[in-house]
Design a protein around this ligand. Structure first.
Ligand code: GLP
Length: 249
């Protein structure tokens, strides 16, 4: 393991995916031990799968208890039914919620099936604020530098909003669907304000295909064209990345 700081961001470089997953799980465990009723911001995708596995193991071994924890997921496809196997609601249930004791009522995911998008987004922002904001937000990163589903744009979006997905994102996520045409073209995502109001942020990345985005977010200008670059302005961000993702630093 190596540690280095770049532009106010703490970086932990580990050998591989497994070590990244263990480190991230250890940090969530510590967060919940220090504050039992923590508000956790959660991510989906391939990157955090190993982290959820580690957390499930810790829960089964009675090392951590999620009884008083509240969770907010970053994003969800739109439109999508929550019981569709490609929905992030389904992902969260399969990888985490069905194995641990986060109370159902305390699990929040943007509702991808409500036709009133405005209402869904505003309700999500209100719920995050009412919880006192997120204590620890977990992020992955897209190959184009997106966080949540905040795609490269000419401006940063503040609150939860409807997003037109980039062609690059649709292609990257097509592996979870039978045909690329099945990937929804839109999504609901927490905005940059929601993410920046989190007290602590952990961003995980593994693999060479993330190296360019990691370099740009750390060393490039802060710009909505590379949404993750905004994290340079947050006071408590830790990156946990493997050697391959750190390959261009
Ligand atoms: C997805 C998600 C993001 C995720 C990113 C990377 O589209 N909306 O929250 O961090 O893209 O995904 P993966 O971890 O599968 O590479």
């Amino acid at each position: 393991m190596k540690t280095v700081d770049i532009n106010n961001i703490k970086i932990i470089i580990v050998d591989n995916y497994e070590q990244m997953s263990k480190k991230a799980a250890a940090m969530i465990e510590a967060q919940v031990l220090l504050k039992r009723n923590s508000v956790l911001g959660l991510a989906t995708g391939s990157t955090p799968e190993g982290m959820y596995q580690e957390l499930v193991k810790k829960y089964q071994e009675n090392e951590v208890n999620f009884q008083d924890v509240t969770t907010f997921n970053l994003d969800e496809y739109y439109p999508i039914a929550s019981d569709s196997p490609q929905s992030y609601a389904y992902y969260m249930h399969e990888h985490f919620f069905k194995h641990v004791n986060v109370r159902e009522h305390y699990q929040n995911i943007p509702n991808g099936s409500n036709t009133n998008v405005e209402e869904t987004c505003q309700a999500y922002d209100r719920a995050i604020e009412a919880s006192g904001n997120i204590d620890l937000q977990i992020l992955g990163i897209g190959t184009n530098g997106h966080i949540g589903f905040n795609e490269p744009d000419v401006k940063f979006e503040a609150g939860t909003h409807l997003v037109e997905l980039d062609e690059e994102t649709i292609e990257a996520n097509a592996r979870f669907f039978e045909h690329i045409e099945d990937v929804p073209k839109q999504a609901l995502s927490m905005g940059i304000r929601n993410i920046m109001h989190s007290k602590k942020i952990i961003l995980m990345a593994s693999g060479q295909n993330k190296a360019k985005a990691i370099r740009a977010m750390l060393k490039g200008p802060v710009t909505p064209e590379l949404p993750a670059s905004i994290l340079q302005l947050h006071q408590d961000v830790t990156l946990i990345i493997d050697e391959a993702a750190a390959g261009e630093l």
